[in-house]
Write a protein that binds this ligand. Structure first.
Ligand SMILES: Nc1nc2c(ncn2[C@@H]2O[C@H](COP(=O)(O)OP(=O)(O)OP(=O)(O)O)[C@@H](O)[C@H]2O)c(=O)[nH]1
Ligand SMILES: [Mg+2]
Length: 385
């Protein structure tokens, strides 16, 4: 596996086998250890004249996907100091792209002060993937945390808007660059009690525009009993507040999906521990947190559920996460925007017919829509329901 890293400023053995996961929506090329597929014409069918060769489509799709590669954009959101930046470093340093990172034990993660995207180009068995993590500044430091979700919501909507403007262009690109947030990992403080109103409100708003995967941050601070109790309380509270987190029940495609996703829903929120420090344990180098009484291994499922989170995002549900982003979240943004633009267009055209132009005012100044029929101004739009 090889990987390279890019950084932009805007103003990772299948542990799922434990729960016997093999998602039906999983892309063929992402399935581990699949037998070498047979190419067109490679299969010998002898005198079987009834064989048409429809199954060769799988090989064609595999080749196409290999050429194009995959993209996944993950965002981390939560209160300040919960380990968001650390967990993203864990993701990049863990089995997703361990070879790419040079160990630097002295390096400390600074407080995140602006929304920042970091992309890694990862290649494994000929399959390329661009994994982008959008790190966000923690909230909750202010006395008044009202509307602290706005910058995050704006960022998510801005990415939908960029995609929409590209999509409706007459001369649109064959492949639209996708900066849409496919998944948002929401960090819950390890209080052990219940969700805070701020977390409820934040997740309620976010869940309507993006896939949310909630995690219990710094789970090493809770005992196993506290963890289980807290996880159950959070699930009940999410249900009571109508917060639909990923994988959403209503989007299960068939009974098989339902069985797999039900198992995940029973595990959510994942109790995670993050670290970007490597230690030597029993002759093996592991990512962990060293304490006086031992080392917490972040990739060991007996210690925490980081590996489950990583497998969900990358190994088993990546394609489904992206599909739901495109067909549900982006779609509702698109419909809303196009409806708004149509309404604006109708108002502008009727004003234009009934009233003569005011002195020296050009059509553009009157706010005429663009050639594609969608007005460029969208600041006022809030994709909140
Ligand atoms: N005990 C424990 N500490 C952690 C864990 N993850 C991170 N930390 C520590 O928590 C502190 C804050 O970590 P960051 O990753 O900077 O937290 P953040 O959420 O990005 O913080 P902001 O950027 O301020 O929002 C650091 O000292 C980390 O070493 C964890 O899983 N368990
Ligand atoms: Mg940070």
């Amino acid at each position: 596996m090889a990987s390279t890293c890019e950084l932009h400023n805007h103003n990772q053995e299948n542990l799922w086998s434990e729960v016997n996961l093999s998602h039906s929506n999983m892309s063929e090329s992402t399935k581990p250890h699949h037998p070498p597929p047979q190419g067109k014409g490679e299969k010998s069918h002898g005198s079987d004249f009834s064989y048409v060769g429809i199954d060769a489509i799988l090989e064609q799709m595999r080749r196409k996907a290999m050429k194009q590669g995959f993209e996944l954009n993950i965002m981390v959101v939560g209160q300040s100091g919960l380990g968001k930046s650390t967990l993203m470093n864990t993701l990049f340093k863990s089995k997703v792209s361990r070879k790419s990172v040079q160990p630097d034990p002295e390096e400390r993660i600074p407080k995140t002060i602006e929304i920042k995207s970091i992309s890694h180009n990862i290649e494994e068995k000929g399959v390329r993937m661009k994994l982008t993590v959008i790190d966000t500044p923690g909230f909750g430091d202010q006395i008044n945390n009202e509307n602290c979700w706005q910058p995050i919501m704006k960022f998510i909507n801005d990415q939908y808007e960029v995609y929409l403007q590209e999509e409706i262009n007459i001369n649109r690109k064959k492949r639209i660059p996708d900066s849409r947030v496919h998944c948002c990992i929401y960090f819950i403080p390890p209080t052990g009690h219940c969700l805070r109103p701020l977390d409820v409100e934040f997740m309620r708003r976010l869940s309507k525009v993006v896939n949310i995967v909630p995690v219990i941050a710094k789970a090493d601070t809770l005992t196993l009993e506290e963890r289980d109790y807290f996880k159950q309380t959070i699930r009940e509270e999410l249900r009571a507040n109508g917060i639909d987190v990923y994988p959403q029940k209503e989007f299960d495609e068939d009974p098989e999906d339902r069985v797999i996703n039900d198992k995940i829903r029973e595990m959510i929120p994942f109790a995670v521990v993050g670290s970007d420090h490597e230690y030597q344990v029993n002759g093996k180098r592991i990512l962990g947190r060293k304490t006086k009484w031992g080392t917490i291994e972040v990739e060991n499922i007996a210690h925490c559920e980081f590996a489950y989170l990583r497998d969900l995002l990358i190994r088993t549900h990546m394609q489904n996460i992206k599909d739901i982003t495109g067909s549900i979240h982006y779609e509702s943004y698109r419909v809303r925007r196009l409806n708004e633009s149509n309404a604006l267009f109708t108002t502008v055209s009727s004003d234009h017919v009934l009233q003569p132009k005011t002195n020296g005012q050009s059509e553009e100044q009157l706010g005429a829509p663009q050639a594609n029929g969608v007005a460029a101004q969208h600041e006022a739009l809030s994709h909140e329901m």
